[in-house]
Design a protein around this ligand. Structure first.
Ligand code: PGA
Length: 242
């Protein structure tokens, strides 16, 4: 895994946005795997800024997001659909027909997951997958467990993730959905490039486990040690236990 040290959050965001924009410039019809959560927001802001300057063109880009809450309507402010539109899609010239997220409104989990796998296959897989890292080492909503899940599946969120995400639901954990549809580890590992962003002390343990711990489903992100082209952009605090 390649590690790029950043000075602070703004620097992480700029460096990550540079890698994403290089992908778009080198392959204007690329497939970007995108992530929600707090960490990628700065990179999205930077991309929007460069787009506004005329430096980036999203018209040929296809996106597939990592995950979506099961049971939230798309227009719920905390759905990942809304999140992605608020932070990126509403501000750039992406073709709405090329925006893909798991369909959290489909209560039939098997059908929703099969449909999303089919979408990912039909666009030819992912050129560059952006990932945040959960404090427990999760990637997407692939939570610590006994086995690596392969493709899109329905997950029960762990208490740790519900706790981490309640800040987006007025601090009320009762409002956090209990399940999500998430891309699986095989799909993430088949991305041609992976870019992980991690910021702050809260991620230091997860970063250490992902970069230098055993490869185990107990820390889903540890599988990235086996990816041939994975880059981690992190600040000194997140890297402090390495
Ligand atoms: P964060 O979440 O960027 O909001 O810290 C990352 C994640 O849980 O995947």
């Amino acid at each position: 895994m390649k590690i790029i040290r950043a000075n602070d959050y703004a620097d992480i965001s700029r460096k990550a946005a540079n890698i994403l924009s290089a992908q778009i410039i080198l392959k204007p019809d690329c497939v970007l795997g995108l992530a929600t959560g707090g960490t990628p927001v700065g990179a999205y802001q930077q991309l929007v800024e460069w787009y506004n300057k005329g430096d980036l063109d999203f018209s040929g880009v296809t996106t597939v997001n990592l995950d979506e809450y099961r049971g939230l309507p798309k227009d719920h402010p905390e759905s990942y659909w809304s999140f992605m539109h608020r932070h990126l899609f509403d501000h750039v010239n992406i073709n709405p027909a090329r925006i893909n997220l798991p369909d959290g409104t489909n209560p039939d989990a098997d059908a929703a997951c099969a449909q999303y796998n089919q979408i990912i296959h039909s666009v030819g897989g992912i050129d560059l997958q952006l990932l945040g890292l959960g404090p427990n080492g999760h990637i997407g909503f692939n939570e610590p467990g006994k086995a690596f899940e392969l493709e899109t599946h329905c997950v029960d969120l762990t208490e740790a993730t519900i706790e981490a995400n309640k800040r987006f639901f007025d601090g009320n954990e009762d409002l956090v959905p209990r399940q999500a549809y998430t891309m699986g580890i095989k799909t993430i590992m088949q991305a041609r490039k992976v870019l992980v962003v991690a910021n702050g002390l809260a991620k230091a343990k997860a970063v250490k486990a992902v970069v230098s711990g055993p490869v185990t489903p107990e820390c889903p992100g540890s599988i990235l040690q086996l990816h041939p082209d994975c880059t981690l952009v992190a600040d000194e605090e997140a890297l402090s236990l390495l």
